[in-house]
Write a protein that binds this ligand. Structure first.
Ligand SMILES: [Fe+2]
Length: 190
């Protein structure tokens, strides 16, 4: 059995204002499922007979499970209980100003991206080749990622991220914005 991936511990996030302990712990369990399935499928692919429907289906499924794992790590990794606003002398802040014409414009666009109907992720991506930032909609876990892009800020907008607390999507997005760990987001750009 392949042991490439090990679930990370995000219990430090329990206590974030606006999200219950039950919601967060259920979300961590869901994340652990993606880790376990990534390991399991990677192992199954080692022995699966090639050019069979089973092999093809495992290949397709692996990207979904792997991204489910990695995106949750990025999402929990850009949250904090001790919110501090983005530094307006940071490289990231300057790029947001340049590419969106203002921090508020960027925030409004990111929120609108997250508020789209459907389940998936809103991600602030940095494309090195064009030196541009993009707010992208990712369908489920795997459709819509820009090739070679660096995910900087990742927001889960699957219903499991807010509905167990009976939050509207807009209220959840506001809670998310009050819990962003900007330091970790800025570090991803380095
Ligand atoms: Fe999630």
């Amino acid at each position: 059995m392949i042991k490439l991936y090990k679930a990370k511990d995000f219990s430090r996030l329990v206590g974030i204002g606006g999200l219950s302990e039950t919601l967060l712990k259920t979300h961590f369990t869901l994340y652990h499922g993606y880790v376990a399935n990534s390991v399991k499928i990677a192992g199954m692919l080692e022995t699966a007979e090639k050019e069979t429907p089973e092999y093809n289906e495992l290949k397709r499924r692996f990207g979904w499970e792997f991204n489910g794992m990695r995106l949750h790590e990025l999402y929990f990794g850009n949250l904090t209980k001790n919110f501090k606003p983005i530094k307006n002398n940071s490289v990231l802040f300057k790029k947001l100003l340049r590419d969106f014409g203002g921090y508020e414009n960027w925030e409004a666009d990111f929120k609108a991206t997250g508020n789209m109907r459907g389940i998936g992720w809103a991600i602030l991506y940095y494309d090195k080749i064009s030196d541009k930032l993009f707010n992208m909609w990712i369908n489920e876990h795997d459709a819509g990622h820009p090739a070679g892009g660096m995910p900087l800020l990742v927001m889960d907008v699957f219903e499991h991220a807010f509905m167990p607390d009976r939050l509207s999507k807009s209220d959840y997005i506001n809670i998310f914005f009050n819990s962003i760990d900007w330091k970790s987001v800025e570090n991803r750009l380095k």
